[in-house]
Design a protein around this ligand. Structure first.
Ligand SMILES: [Zn+2]
Length: 67
């Protein structure tokens, strides 16, 4: 459902678990945690490829609108 693909070709995806935080917010889980690791860091989502160690950061959405 939410696919991640590193430039090195490593890819995995997040899938919807069927568990809900509220009536329209569903939890995601990582298909293969040997492929990537991720963490929330100061309102940014940081994803690291476990194959080549390249890191990607997704900034807080509101920050995009400010620029
Ligand atoms: Zn990679």
């Amino acid at each position: 459902m939410l696919k991640f693909e590193c430039e090195c070709g490593n890819s995995t995806r997040f899938f919807a678990t069927g568990d809900y935080l509220d009536y329209q917010t569903e939890f995601l889980d990582l298909e293969d945690d040997d492929c990537i690791s991720y963490e929330l860091n100061e309102s940014r989502l940081l994803i690291q490829c476990k194959f080549c160690k390249h890191r990607y950061v997704l900034p807080k959405f509101e920050a995009i609108n400010e620029s």
